[in-house]
Design a protein around this ligand. Structure first.
Ligand code: ATP
Ligand code: MG
Length: 558
């Protein structure tokens, strides 16, 4: 499935799995990726996907895709479909092992009854405020709920009535009966079930008015599916005693083990679903797949490849320490991939016309151009060349010092894969704006430079009679600050106002008209680009610049 074989980096979870297998604890390793369908997947999820599916792949085991769908009011089918597409796109499959936590609603209900019968769960009628009050604090133990010592028979009866819809929202909950004095607040009789009338669940419709909590659902779902290693992020570390309490007190088929690792935090972006939802709903970006979003659909539309994202996840590794990864690392991964694989093309983003005064107006020739300077297997294409060309406005200055390796008045420059030209005349409009450059064409310079004359450098170009008009979107980082919101208090105030620059007058070489959605290229001297997948018109998105311009800008400042 993967393009290039990789040697997985060792990490502590890999070690645990390999030790468990060596000790004969499990026949095979079985993991799961458990997204909640309340948003699109982001680059942080990729870390979890690559870990879970990758472990299973490397150890010949299995990985399930399981939707953790116990919060129906925030979840929907659009998110379910998008998540499936993104996991597949990253290169992973789940065969017939697609599950929903809601598949287990009746099992979960029966397990709740088992806890009740064992005297390990009770129906509590404290309101939310009192419940908080009774729970105590980190310094003080909690107090027992007045409903804690109801008999199993009474609890069973009340729980059945909750299920039958006989009580309003918030009037009753089912709680585990563990220890109100536990130093771990998660063990102070946590809520297992709450009443939710009137919500239509995307999988189970109106069947239930009673919904189980994540902490109850997750370990049981893992056990039912035979998951051996349940990998989650560090914020669940304090929940692990509850996880263990649940699987050890119930007659579940297997005893899965929870292991925590640190989440991915990435500089210059946010990876909280709440914030990503706000960016979309408040219109700061144009949807979940806006190429500036750190979502997998946004990165895909931006031109990222699955291989680059998997490579990134390998490079960052798996540990237990919280950190913030440099955006540059992600950008380097896509540069490495595209540098090796993306065909080269010529595109002029800000065109200015060049007229070759001594080139026959009726002539046209087709100049061979390799698609990749180091990889002849990518072949070549032919660039139409004629009397009128476009070059980029940034590649011409009337006067410049020696360091300027482009076209100047009276100076010579080579056209990429083409001839040498010399600028003889600058035509301006009434306002002094440059309209055209009249240039001299040097025949016989495809192979050699003209005798005794200095060629400043090489610039790109497109035939004005053959080029295709295109729109080019120059994307930059979505935030100006490495840790958005850290200083300002509101991540929104750190949004980069220049994260999108739209160039509507670009011209690209003719073969790009046939580019397919998301097809990726290097536009020589400009960066890596891909065809936008959501526009009818010819639109290219900049994936990343050729080099790390952020590092350069910062070092120039200092
Ligand atoms: P949020 O807390 O922003 O709502 P979440 O982490 O709860 O998001 P889920 O859909 O529940 O989102 O996550 C699915 C899986 O992906 C979980 O196992 C979660 O731990 C993991 N995950 C989510 N975000 C990250 C991240 N930034 N880095 C690594 N793993 C992550
Ligand atoms: Mg979650």
């Amino acid at each position: 499935m993967h393009e290039e074989p990789h040697t997985p980096k060792p990490n502590f979870i890999r070690q645990i799995v390999s030790d468990d297998l060596a000790a004969g604890k499990h026949g095979i390793v079985h993991t799961r990726f458990p997204p909640e369908p309340n948003g699109y997947l982001h680059i942080g999820h990729a870390k979890s996907i690559v870990l879970n599916f990758g472990l299973a792949e490397d150890f010949g085991g299995l990985c399930n895709l399981r939707f953790d769908d116990t919060n129906p009011h925030k979840e929907n089918q659009e998110f379910v479909a998008a998540i499936k597409e993104d996991v597949r796109w990253l290169g992973f499959g789940w065969d017939d092992r697609l599950y929903f936590a809601s598949d287990y609603f009746s099992n979960l209900f029966d397990y709740a009854l088992e806890l009740i019968d064992k005297g390990l769960a009770y129906v509590c009628e404290l309101n939310a405020e009192d419940m908080r009050e009774y729970r105590g604090t980190l310094k003080e133990p909690g107090r027992d709920s007045p409903f804690r010592d109801r008999s199993p028979a009474e609890n069973r009866d009340l729980f059945q009535q909750m299920r039958a819809g006989e009580f309003p929202d918030g009037s009753k909950v089912l709680r585990a009966r563990i220890d109100m004095a536990s130093p771990n607040i998660n063990l102070r009789d946590p809520v297992l079930y709450r009443i939710r009338h009137g919500v239509i669940h995307h999988q189970t419709g109106a069947e239930w008015c009673l919904y189980p909590m994540y902490d109850f659902t997750h370990p049981i779902s893992d056990a039912i599916e035979g998951v051996t290693h349940s990998l989650c992020t560090l914020e669940f570390e304090d929940h692990r005693p509850l996880y263990d309490w649940i699987v050890s007190n119930l007659s579940v088929p297997t005893q899965p083990r929870q292991i925590e690792f640190s989440r991915l935090n990435l500089e210059y972006t946010v990876t909280s679903k709440r914030k990503l939802t706000e960016l979309v709903s408040e219109g700061h970006v144009n949807g979940w797949d806006d190429p500036r979003m750190p979502t997998l659909s946004g990165l895909r539309r931006r031109g990222y490849t699955p291989a680059a994202i998997r490579d990134f996840c390998q490079r960052i590794g798996i540990t237990k320490s919280e950190n913030r990864i440099e955006m540059q690392l992600l950008e380097d991964c896509i540069r490495d991939d595209l540098n090796r694989h993306a065909p080269r093309r010529l595109a002029v983003i800000n065109p200015i016309k060049v007229v070759l005064s001594n080139y026959d107006d009726n002539a046209c020739e087709y100049l061979p151009a390799p698609n990749h300077p180091q990889d002849p297997s990518l072949g070549e294409r032919r660039l139409p060349f004629c009397r009128e060309l476009w070059i980029d406005r940034a590649d011409f200055q009337e006067t410049a010092n020696k360091k300027y390796k482009r076209l100047v008045s009276g100076g010579l420059v080579r056209l990429r894969n083409g001839y040498v030209i010399r600028c003889d005349e600058v035509i301006k409009d009434a306002g002094g704006e440059i309209q055209e450059l009249h240039c001299h064409w040097y025949p016989d310079t495809l192979e050699n430079n003209p005798d005794g004359e200095k060629v400043r450098g090489v610039i790109h170009w497109v035939s004005a009679r053959h080029g295709e008009p295109a729109e080019i979107r120059l994307y930059d980082r979505l935030f100006n600050i490495a840790n958005p919101g850290k200083k300002s208090g509101d991540y929104r105030s750190d949004i980069n106002p220049d994260s999108l620059l739209t160039c509507v007058n670009a011209v690209v070489e003719p073969c790009l008209a046939a580019a397919t959605p998301e097809q990726r290229f290097q536009f020589e001297r400009e960066g890596y680009f891909c065809r936008d997948s959501s526009s009818e018109k010819l639109v290219f998105n900049r994936t990343v610049t050729l080099r790390d311009t952020w590092a350069r800008n910062t070092s120039e400042e200092t």
